[in-house]
Design a binder for this molecule. Structure first.
Ligand code: PCA
Length: 214
C-alpha cells in the first residue's frame, strides 16, 4: 500500500505538549484514500530533526509528506507556502543550539515552494468551519529548517509532494486571550489536508502542484 508520512515535533521552548506530535501519533496507522498514514515525531533540534526525517523518507518511501509544527499564537491551521534557506533562531532548540544567519543547506536555492495545494486545503478546511489561512512563512526556527530540508530532499523527485502545516495551541496550553483549537479538530483537519492533497493534482505557481524551485 502507498504511504503518506505525517510528522510532528516534540514539545519545545518550555511547553509540556506539542499538538503536532499528538496529531502525528493519532493519525499513525490510519487509512486515508487508500493510503497508509505513517506518523512520526521529530526532535526539535536543528540537524537532528532532518536526520530523523530522512531516515523516515528512506524507510517508508511515501508518495506525500506533510510535516506539522506548532505556531503558538496563530488562530487556525496554516499551510505554509514557502520554505527559506535560512536558520535564524530566536530561542535555543532542544539541544541548546541557536544558529544565526546560517543556511539550512549551504549552496541551496534561496527558497522552495510547498508542493501542497495550499489554497485548496484552506478552502476545504473553511468549508468544514475550521479556521485556516495560507501562511507566507514558516519562520526561521526548526520548522522552517525541516520544511526546507524536506523540499530540498524531494527536489527532482517529481512524483513525491510535500509541505509544512503549522497548527495553533491546544486549548489546555493557550494563555488567556490566546487562540487555540481542540486536538480532535486538528487531527481531522490534517486528515482532510491529506485527502485534499491526494485529490488535487494541479495548482498555480506557489500553490502546490509540480512547481520547480524559485
Ligand atoms: N514549532 C517550532 C519548532 C517545532 C514546532 O512545533 C517552529 O515553528 O519552528
Amino acid at each position: 500500500m502507498k504511504t503518506v508520512l505525517v510528522t510532528g515535533f516534540e514539545p519545545f521552548g518550555g511547553d509540556a505538549r506539542n499538538p503536532s506530535e499528538e496529531i502525528a501519533r493519532a493519525l499513525d496507522g490510519r487509512r486515508i484514500a487508500g493510503r497508509a498514514i505513517v506518523g512520526a515525531v521529530l526532535p526539535c533540534v536543528f540537524g537532528g530533526s532532518v536526520t530523523e526525517l530522512k531516515k523516515r523518507l528512506r524507510a517508508h518511501r511515501p508518495e506525500l509528506v506533510v510535516c506539522l509544527g506548532l505556531a503558538g499564537g496563530r488562530a487556525g491551521i496554516t499551510p505554509e507556502r514557502v520554505a527559506i534557506n535560512l536558520d535564524d533562531a530566536r530561542i535555543a532548540d532542544n539541544a541548546g543550539a541557536q544558529p544565526q544567519d546560517r543556511a539550512v543547506v549551504r549552496g541551496g536555492p534561496a527558497a522552495y515552494f510547498s508542493t501542497l495545494p495550499v489554497k485548496a486545503i484552506v478552502a476545504a478546511l473553511r468549508g468544514e468551519r475550521v479556521p485556516a489561512e495560507v501562511s507566507p512563512t514558516a519562520g526561521m526556527f526548526v520548522c522552517n529548517h525541516v520544511f526546507y530540508a524536506l523540499m530540498h530532499a524531494l527536489r527532482g523527485n517529481r512524483g513525491v509532494r510535500g509541505g509544512f502545516v503549522h497548527v495553533p495551541f491546544l486549548p489546555e496550553q493557550a494563555g488567556a486571550g490566546q487562540p487555540s483549537l481542540p486536538l480532535e479538530i486538528m487531527i481531522e483537519a490534517v486528515a482532510l489536508t491529506v485527502k485534499v492533497t491526494l485529490r488535487t493534482r494541479r495548482n498555480g505557481r506557489g500553490q502546490g502542484g509540480r512547481t520547480p524551485p524559485l
